[in-house]
Design a protein around this ligand. Sequence first.
Ligand code: BGC
Length: 720
Amino acid sequence: MRQARMRGAAARWPALLVTLCALLVPAAAQGAGRCGEHLWCDRSLSPEQRAELLLGALSADEKYGLMGGDDGSGFTVPDRNSGRSDGVARLDVPPLTFQDGPAGIRQGFGANQRAATALPAPLGLAASFDPALARRAGALVGREARARGADVLLGPTVNIARVPQAGRTFEGYGEDPFLTGRLAVGWIRGLQSTGVIANVKHYAANSQETNRLTIDSVIDERTLREIYLPHFEAAVREGRSGTVMSAYNRVNGPFSGASRELLTDVLRRDFGFRGFVLSDFFAGGDTVGSANGGQSLELPATSYFAPDRLRAAVAAGQISPATIDGLVGDVLRVMFRFGVFDRAAFPADGPIDVAAHAREARRLAERQLVLLKNDRRLLPLDTRRLRTLAVVGPAADTYRAGGGSSFVKPFASVTVLEGLRRRARGVRVRHDDGQDVARAAAVARRADAAVVAVSVESGEFADRPCLALDCAPATGTQDALVRAVLAANPRTVVLLQSPGPVLMPWADDARAIVEAFYPGQQGGHAIASVLFGDANPSARLPVSYPRQAQDRPAAAPEQFPGVGGRSLFSEGVLVGYRHYDARRLSPRFPFGHGLSYSSFRHRDVRIRPAGSGARVSLSVQNSGRRDGAEVVQLYLGLPQPRAGVTQPPKALKAFGRVALRAGERRRVTLELPERAFSYWDVRRNRWTVARGCYRVMVGASSRDIRLRGVIARGGAVCGG
Ligand code: BGC
């Protein structure tokens, strides 16, 4: 057995203890995988004990080396992974390989990008309102990450859609922290069940691309705690995400990755995070601030965590050796927890069940399509009553997906046209790309029904300049196309593939509107299943769609995109539907909205105390003629604790997706823990339940409340 060097062990009495224990362990229990035969290779020890032993053996320079990416490791090498940390060959410490991203595996760039299963955009996954589905998506990504040699998968993205035009809106789970948290927990559990380590990103208050490397999110403590952090808490506490990525932006001054308050006080102390924090790629930071703040790793190359800078800062007494041990220890603990030392490196060319994953991508896509409007039951289409179907528009026969680090090059993709052609056997499908509006309208006019497929591009690096389908008036033909096709054929379905909210000035004239977001590589098949009724839509909007641009939240320039390098989050907690409710604005389509080919009755709500929270149950019946699923949503209206503390009229606190056969009735129970009744009290610096009456609202969307009740707290007497 090679003898580990136990430098500085006196300062670590637990290390001495575990060393003694380790010496008693038979040689057979030692070492395996890539670990060698060091003391820390004993798998009967806890990750903490093993990390402690290894720390004792590392030199100071080796520790500094573990805090930065392996410069030149591959971020810029086209066919490689998104980044790699340094290992320590002398002690058989393997490097970690990092790879994007939240909708599937991105490996390499441009022409060199390797194919993978391209899943629907995470915003669509959120529209399923189904954490179990998120778990399946996470597991699929995990299996492919393993097969591409990734130890850490750079996802999920959980940033709140504060402004609907933010470039990465499609990459996250929408505008509500509770929904985002539930989806993130499911996804992370699925991913990590495969042995791949999750990286929940971007921490924190990262809600725009404009000036993203420098912008300061100026935000008050309550808003941070109530809107921008709860889903990170869920991701690390319940999801047990191994890692967190600090964001590009600053938060109230320091860079996110140098914020002691965010990384140490909140993430570690309050949320109990025991993993490690890595930087966003090439994000700003500073040697002393980032180390003392609590960030362990700079990726993909080193600048402020370059070994000579760390060495100098330690020599100058600006960073203590104990701090370095803490940061490196966090990395090592995660590596031991996930068995990185105890297994061979994941192969770069492992097997992927491409066909099974394609089927899964299709199922996921079917569950994310939101039926926004369906007047006089235009949908589902019936092949027996159609002789000709027009499929027109620029997004009918091209694959649409979000750009940037979450772009996945699909193994194979199915366009809307292909999907509809395949499904509509016996129907003549006429296609026109819609570039010539009059010609496309003529094709639609001659058909029995039409689908007009429009889309909006979006991705990392830029926010959308506007919320319309086309922002430059000169090229703004998509609205004109939709209007012309609607006028030509009243049996027209408008099919959106958008990264989030878009303006629909023609919505009142459309009988049917379907939002597919970016539906992934099997999108065409999934869309055909829904349009022809093989699948009954059940998804709900995870973001509000405004009626007009000026209605959107954070519309003032100092709020978004910010002035003088600062973006003021002065709308406070009034984000998303909270904003529309408080300002009494009627959105085009509200948060939580989505239709089905069935209809559902909500009845007989019962509210009972349960521990320090409450339990709400109701009866839900499928009153339609098709099997389908309802998403029951429970909102609470919190009382105002005192003057100056604005409470939104309602906030989502629980939801449940319930599948019901035609005619079936079932009781659904939703739990409200104490946190659901709490607000962040800045005076006491903690979650607090105010005395008062809490309005319970249960329904099918944030604007379709079917049942109401009230719960008293703190001895309040409430009527009704
Ligand atoms: C993005 C991250 C991504 C990283 C690596 C950055 O530009 O913000 O989300 O994981 O690049 O590709």
